[in-house]
Write a protein that binds this ligand. Sequence first.
Ligand code: SAJ
Length: 411
Amino acid sequence: MRYDIAVVGLGYIGLPTASVFATRGKQVYGLDVSEHVVNTINRGEIHIVEPDLDVLVQAAVGSGHLKAGLKPVPADVFIVAVPTPFHKGKGRPIPDLGFVESASRSIAPVIENGALIILESTSPVGTTEAMREWILEERANLGLPPLEGAHYVHCPERILPGQMLRELVENDRICGGLSPEGAKRAHDLYRTFCVGEIHLTDARTAEMVKLTENASRDSQIAFANELSLVCDRANIDVWSVIELANHHPRVNILNPGPGVGGHCIAVDPWFLVDTAPDCSPLMQTARRVNDGKPNWVLQQVQKHAERFTRAKVACLGLAFKANVDDLRESPSLQIVEALADLDELDLFVCEPNIESLPDSLQRAHITAASAEDAISKADIVLLLVDHREFGDIDRELLHNRKIIDTRGLWR
Ligand code: SAJ
């Protein structure tokens, strides 16, 4: 079997991308390092939660257009969609490109002349060039000739968890090539399913654009979070302030919350900062403002808990945002873990999108509960995530309880 596309990394981005290409008639090979992931997908099942992804993967595998495996195979196009985390550096987090490097080196021996190699992972500026270097270096190490006519392009994913499949098809895309011809070829490839505009540029600009989008959102959320602290000090309702200010035609303030989580907005600004740490104090401060918010929420709970001998606290929501099951970098989980560590409260925890509480919360003074049960037992109700279910709660239940509503859901 000759594959049109090999997708390297079958996670939150790689799997939907591989499946959507496969259901549009491309022969797709999905490469992953996890045997569990490969076996699950080859059964037509999924290992991540995303609306309608199960149906898409089943169709892609069932039609014979998507196959997963552990070994690299030749293909006309390679799409790299592996994680780009950071590690703790001195003073600030530093991008960790280990997965991009190992993915690049793993496919290097099977890439043929004329191939198109696309990096989709969100990456610091210069990573597409580094990917080309890693591939060529690995081939040289193996005694293989350099590649002729191969093209390298950065096409960042920009889809929102919870509505990935719609955004994958409808969002505009950016194709930034190390060569204009590569960008044009990537454009033609994504046209297979993308109905949004596809903009062509160079790789470094594309890398910067993606980081800019998330850093800009992070800074805007930081403004809202900082404002919430100032309003609290002045005893003014921040939600009313934002609502009224947003009536101005050129003001659009985002929502404060318990902090910023997930694997994108809480991470990507550090990649941008890495390019010029001495020129980016605003973005670094925004990160720190957002990272500081969970601690402020914790202090609010402690302040109100002092009135009780051993306060009972209902903690509503653990996910990083509304209506998803993703706990990665979740400020809500961080807050509940910190409350648990105090060892002086009884916690009743409800996260409707997961089946059991994470291991870190399997402790004697923590009980998993429905929202109604948790509230009925509590002295303090801490709303951490604006999940649909919590919006529907009978407000009568909340009477006579101290409410800490970090999302302004019950205003
Ligand atoms: N949040 C607030 N207040 C707000 C908006 C969000 O506190 O007004 C919090 C959320 O609760 C969450 C975090 O910010 O903890 C991030 O949530 P999000 O919905 O803003 O974004 P993500 O991380 O789910 O997805 C983002 C998106 N980027 C932008 O909107 C610029 C998405 O389009 C990207 O594809 C994704 O990052 C990514 O993969 O980079």
